[in-house]
Design a protein around this ligand. Structure first.
Ligand SMILES: [Zn+2]
Ligand SMILES: [Zn+2]
Length: 141
């Protein structure tokens, strides 16, 4: 029986690859019924994935929820435990920490303003109309 090189199409990348006479002999020897479906690069890629099912993003040391992005403050590459929204600023841990005292200052200013606002009506009420009303009532009685 004579074997000839055959041109097959890869099921993965759609590229053509040669099923050589030697490989056909090998297939016959192993009693493989079907022609190879994938070219060598695709086949090795597949077996590599099978050997390491957790391959992909986790292999790079990033968990599935962590997204690699750039800090919009200092530009350092950082990972965030969420998918950043386009256009939204993303801060690294350091910048996030640096930001916090600022928001505390803002909060303190807001409460100081609130104190001024709450004390203002009391100052307005203290002298005047209420006392006059009481005086009018006692005068009538
Ligand atoms: Zn291929
Ligand atoms: Zn930063």
């Amino acid at each position: 029986m004579e074997f000839l090189d055959r041109l097959l199409t890869c099921a993965d990348c759609g590229g053509e690859f040669i099923f050589t006479a030697g490989e056909q002999l090998f297939f016959l020897d192993k009693q493989f019924k079907n022609d190879p479906k994938r070219c060598k690069p695709c086949k090795s890629r597949r077996s590599a994935q099978t050997a390491n099912p957790t391959g992909g993003p986790a292999a790079a040391g990033i968990s599935r929820t962590e997204t690699r992005t750039e800090c919009s403050e200092c530009g350092v590459t950082t990972t965030v435990p969420f998918k950043p929204t386009q256009g939204r600023p993303v801060l690294c841990r350091q910048c996030f920490k640096n930001k916090r005292p600022t928001s505390e200052v803002v909060a303190a200013t807001v409460s100081a303003v609130a104190e001024i606002v709450s004390s203002a009506p009391a100052a307005e009420h203290a002298p005047g109309s209420a006392d006059l009303g009481v005086t009018a009532h006692s005068a009538l009685a």
